[in-house]
Design a protein. Structure first.
Length: 425
């Protein structure tokens, strides 16, 4: 078990941690949360004896880290995945750590297999990706088979399969009765991994409770109720009945009602008694991220501002209209349209296949093309006018809408017969 009592750390005039007290118990995954600069890394360094506290103390199993006999066999930690000599292979790095702690060499191969690095065990670590470096750091933490483990951002750089593996690893270690202390900024992952939460802000304790209690204490659960859209009087009738029963009713933008203060079965009974037909009755519970943001909104040190781009836009020439905004731009689910077609087709159709219908960004259009006949170029709505010579302008004429595309006939010498398309047959 990890226990901190009145832990305080100052760097000159800066107080990184102030009067912090908590316990990390075995048999559970304890999440360590807080905004950037809140003192999480400093607290972990004091737990591992890397920084001396200005006041207070922290113990592991009742002893300070520096007084633990053969601490590497009792405590494993990952604080910085880059703390590896790049010229060493993964196996050499772990082997040196094992030799310092009296750990058998066969254990090195075991943990390399656990983290999935056995195939690159003899490669130099400087060529590792960020995710591979994280796996190597986790292997170093597991090397001594310790009962207490600390991880600072263990899923940083991992792919989805690696994140799932870390999640299952943390849960399995806690199920074995070990003490697991994990710091992370990924709220969705902590909601799936942690059993207990310790939240700090600006170096002070904000919360120390289970994940379920934390969400309930920092959010308001509600129910969504929807009546038929074609019967607005039903909606008003239900709203009045719910308010009379002691509920708080707020309208949603999509026409539904947000109801708080009444349990879901009671909502159903009230609607039945009022003779109101329901299209939706669903509970809503806030996520860990919503609860966390609500609690820490007042202790965030680094806040972003809106980019005004002042002075970067050149004034429009006189008489020029400003660009028309793209409908839906900036809204959830909006994706940029494909680039405009610069003449021709993006992909040549298969022989004998009909031509694709016209698209909004210069795609080929018109009726199905005659097999073997050249395709007439389609005007590009984003291109400027093409200058034409006098002869070209005189000969250029818009084709009829229903006429098939006719191949151009090359001009022959004067007085010669010109073979027409029908004569070619």
């Amino acid at each position: 078990m990890i226990e901190a009592v009145g832990l305080t750390k100052r760097y000159g005039d800066k107080t990184a941690v102030y009067n912090l007290s908590f316990q990390v118990r075995p048999g559970a995954v304890t999440g360590f949360l807080g905004p950037n600069g809140s003192g999480k890394s400093t607290t972990m360094r004091m737990i591992l004896g890397l920084d001396n506290p200005t006041a207070g103390h922290v113990t592991i199993g009742g002893y300070p880290y520096r007084r633990l006999p053969n601490a590497a066999r009792q405590v494993g930690a990952l604080l910085d995945a880059k703390a590896v000599h790049g010229g060493r292979s993964a196996r050499s790095h772990l082997l040196s750590l094992a030799q310092l702690s009296g750990i058998p060499a066969r254990r090195v191969d075991e943990v390399l297999g656990v983290v999935g690095l056995h195939e690159v065990a003899r490669q130099r670590s400087k060529g590792f990706s960020l995710g591979m470096g994280q796996r190597l750091g986790i292997a170093a933490a597991l090397l001594g088979d310790p009962q207490v483990l600390l991880f600072d951002e263990p899923v940083n750089g991992l792919d989805p399969e690696g994140i799932l593996w870390v999640r299952n690893l943390m849960k399995s270690l806690a199920a074995e009765g070990r003490t697991v202390f994990v710091s992370s900024h990924l709220m969705s992952e902590m909601a799936l991994t942690a059993d207990h939460l310790i939240v700090i802000g600006r170096g002070q304790l904000l919360s120390d409770m289970s994940v379920k209690d934390f969400i309930s204490a920092n959010s308001a659960d509600f129910a969504r109720v929807r009546t038929p859209d074609t019967e607005p009087q039903q909606r008003e009738k239900l709203s009045a009945a719910l308010t009379e029963a002691g509920g708080r009713v707020l309208p949603e933008q999509d026409g539904a009602l947000r109801v708080t203060g009444l349990p879901l079965p009671r909502l159903s009974d009230i609607a039945h008694e009022a003779g109101v037909r329901l299209w939706e009755l669903s509970p809503h519970q806030a996520s860990l991220e919503e609860a966390y943001m609500r609690m820490t909104q007042g202790v965030v040190d680094y806040r972003s501002t809106t980019d005004q781009r002042e002075g970067l836009h050149e004034p429009l020439p006189p008489g020029t209209q400003p660009p028309v905004p793209v409908p839906g731009h900036g809204q959830p689910g909006w994706y940029a349209p494909p680039p405009p077609q610069q003449g021709g087709q993006h992909f040549a159709p298969a022989p004998g296949a009909p031509q694709a219908p016209a698209g909004p960004y210069g795609a080929p259009g018109g009726p199905a093309a005659v097999p073997g006949a050249p395709v007439a170029p389609v005007a590009n709505p984003y291109a400027g006018p093409v200058p034409q010579s006098g002869r070209d302008a005189a000969e250029a004429a818009p084709p009829a809408a229903a006429a098939a595309v006719t191949p151009a006939v090359p001009a022959g010498p004067a007085g010669s017969d010109v073979t027409k398309p029908e004569d070619a047959r």
